[in-house]
Design a protein around this ligand. Structure first.
Ligand SMILES: *[C@@H]1O[C@H](CO)[C@@H](O)[C@H](O)[C@H]1NC(C)=O
Ligand SMILES: *[C@@H]1O[C@H](CO)[C@@H](O)[C@H](O)[C@H]1NC(C)=O
Ligand SMILES: *[C@@H]1O[C@H](CO)[C@@H](O)[C@H](O)[C@H]1NC(C)=O
Length: 427
C-alpha cells in the first residue's frame, strides 16, 4: 500500500516536472532566424490584403504569429458562430485575399482579439466561448489537447542555447469589464463612445475605477508563471493582442488593468535574469515601438504591428490619429515620432552568429519603417528593480484632474464675484 502510494506520488511529481517544461508546440530541431507577425485583417479591404500577403510571402518567414483580429464580421452586435466560421473559411479558401496560399514551414500560431473572439471590446460576458475557441484553433490548423479556458498557448523553436519561446496570451476570455463598460456593441458609433469612456475613466476618475479587475484570469496567470520558470530560452516573446505599455487611455490596453500590469512587470523583471524579453502586440491600427523606461538602455520593449489591411488614418475620424499619438507619447522608444501610420506587418530577425535580435515593422511594400535595432541576446541580461518598475508610466493617472480643478475653481470664483457684485448693487 505504502509502495503504491509512493509510486503514485512519484508519478504525479514526474508529470508535474514534464508539464512545467513542455510547451504546447515544440520544434526542438529547428533554429529560428526569421518570423513574421501581424494583426487586424478585414476582408473588405481585399486589394490591401492581397498586397500585404504578397510582401509577407516574399519574406519567406519560417513561422507566422497572429497577434489578434484575424477576421472581422459584419455589423455591430455579437458575431454568431456561423459568421465567424464563414470569415475563417474565406481566409483559408478565397485566393483573392492572398492568405490561402501562405504556408510558412513551421505553420501559423497566435491568439485572438475582440473581433475574431466575436464582439467589439468584449470579454468574459460573451457566450459560447468554447465554441469560439474551437473555431479559432480550426482556423490556425492545430489544437491544444488540454481542456483550457482560453486560446493561450506556448511555443518553442530550437533547443538551448538557441531556444526561443513564444507565449500567446488570451486577453478576452477572462477579461472583466472596464469600470465604465464599453458601449461598442450597443449603440451606433459605439467604439468612439468607448474610447471616450476609457479616456474619462483614466483621466478623471482613476481612483473610482476598480484596479483589481482581471484581464488574464487566475488560471492563465498560473500557467504563465509556470511557463516562464526554467524554460531555458534565450529569447522570450510575449504576445498580447492589446498593448501593454501604451499610455494612450483611449485604446484598450493593460493600462486599464493596473494590478494586472504590475503583475506582468514583476514577472518580466524575474524573467529578465534568464532571458531577453520582448512584447508583441496589435489592435490599434498603427505600428509603434514602445519602451517602459525610455531613459534606460536595454529596457524591455514592445513592438506593435497593426493592421494588415487598414490603418488608423483611413476612417472618417482618421485625422485624430496622429495628434493623439503625439499627445500620448511618453511610452515611446527613442523618439516620440517612433510610430507608423499605414498598413504594416512585423518581422523578427535573429542573427545567432552575432547573438542579436531585431524586430522590425514593415510597410505594405516590405520596406522597414520602424525597428528596435539589433539587440543583444547575450547574458548577463539587463534586469529591472521594483523601484524602476514603479517609474513606468501608467494610463490611469488622472492627467486631466488638474485641468478639471482649474476649471472648477475658475467657475467658483466667477460665481462668487457675481454674487458679491449683485449684493453690492442691491445694497
Ligand atoms: C529531433 O532530433 C532528434 C535527434 O536527431 C530526433 O530523435 C527527434 O525525433 C527529433 N525531434 C523532432 C520533433 O523532430
Ligand atoms: C473572395 O473575396 C472577395 C473579397 O472579399 C469577395 O469579393 C469575393 O466574393 C470572395 N469570393 C467568394 C467565392 O466568396
Ligand atoms: C556580425 O558580426 C560580424 C563580426 O563579428 C560582423 O562582421 C558583421 O557585420 C555582423 N553582422 C551584422 C549584421 O551586424
Amino acid at each position: 500500500m505504502k509502495r503504491l502510494r509512493c509510486i503514485i506520488i512519484f508519478a504525479i511529481a514526474l508529470s508535474r516536472v514534464s508539464t512545467a517544461h513542455a510547451a504546447d508546440f515544440e520544434f526542438p530541431n529547428i533554429t529560428l532566424t526569421k518570423a513574421a507577425f501581424g494583426s487586424c485583417h478585414n476582408r473588405k479591404y481585399a486589394a490591401n490584403a492581397q498586397k500585404t500577403w504578397s510582401s509577407i510571402r516574399a519574406e519567406e518567414p519560417q513561422i507566422f504569429f497572429w497577434t489578434g483580429d484575424s477576421v472581422y464580421t459584419k455589423g455591430r452586435s455579437e458575431a454568431s458562430l456561423d459568421a465567424l466560421q464563414y470569415e475563417y473559411k474565406q481566409m483559408k479558401t478565397n485566393a483573392t485575399l492572398g492568405y490561402s496560399d501562405f504556408h510558412p514551414p513551421l505553420g501559423i500560431y497566435g491568439t485572438w482579439d475582440d473581433h475574431d473572439y466575436g464582439g467589439n471590446d468584449a470579454g468574459r460576458e460573451l457566450p459560447n466561448r468554447r465554441e469560439r475557441a474551437d473555431l479559432f484553433w480550426e482556423f490556425l490548423g492545430h489544437r491544444i489537447m488540454k481542456n483550457r479556458d482560453g486560446v493561450y498557448s506556448s511555443l518553442t523553436v530550437g533547443s538551448a542555447p538557441r531556444k526561443v519561446k513564444v507565449l500567446f496570451l488570451d486577453t478576452r476570455w477572462h477579461r472583466e469589464q472596464h469600470c465604465i463598460p464599453s458601449v461598442a456593441m450597443k449603440v451606433p458609433l459605439g467604439s468612439g463612445f468607448a474610447c471616450l469612456s476609457r479616456w474619462f475613466a483614466a483621466a478623471f476618475f482613476p481612483s473610482l475605477c476598480p484596479s483589481q479587475s482581471t484581464l488574464l484570469g487566475e488560471e492563465q496567470w498560473q500557467w504563465l508563471e509556470q511557463e516562464t520558470e526554467a524554460s531555458g530560452s534565450v529569447l522570450t516573446l510575449i504576445v498580447s493582442s492589446i498593448q501593454v505599455l501604451s499610455t494612450n487611455p483611449m485604446m484598450e490596453g493593460w493600462g486599464h488593468f493596473p494590478s494586472e500590469r504590475d503583475r506582468l512587470f514583476r514577472l518580466i523583471s524575474q524573467m529578465s535574469e534568464k532571458t531577453a524579453v520582448y512584447i508583441l502586440s496589435g489592435d490599434v491600427h498603427h505600428g509603434e515601438v514602445l519602451d517602459p523606461m525610455a531613459m534606460k538602455e536595454d529596457s524591455f520593449l514592445e513592438v506593435t504591428s497593426s493592421g494588415l489591411t487598414h490603418d488608423c488614418a483611413s476612417p472618417f475620424y482618421g485625422g485624430l490619429c496622429e495628434p493623439l499619438l503625439n499627445t500620448y507619447s511618453s511610452h515611446r522608444h527613442n523618439n516620440i515620432k517612433n510610430y507608423y501610420i499605414g498598413i504594416n506587418y512585423g518581422v523578427i530577425h535573429i542573427d545567432w552568429d552575432n547573438s542579436t535580435v531585431e524586430i522590425k515593422v514593415r510597410n505594405q511594400d516590405g520596406q522597414t519603417v520602424l525597428s528596435t535595432g539589433q539587440r543583444t541576446l547575450q547574458t548577463p541580461h539587463p534586469t529591472w528593480t521594483e523601484d524602476e518598475l514603479r517609474t513606468i508610466h501608467t494610463t490611469m493617472d488622472g492627467h486631466l484632474l488638474p485641468w478639471l480643478k482649474t476649471a472648477f475653481i475658475t467657475i467658483l470664483v466667477a460665481v462668487v464675484i457675481r454674487l458679491v457684485s449683485s449684493r453690492r448693487t442691491l445694497g
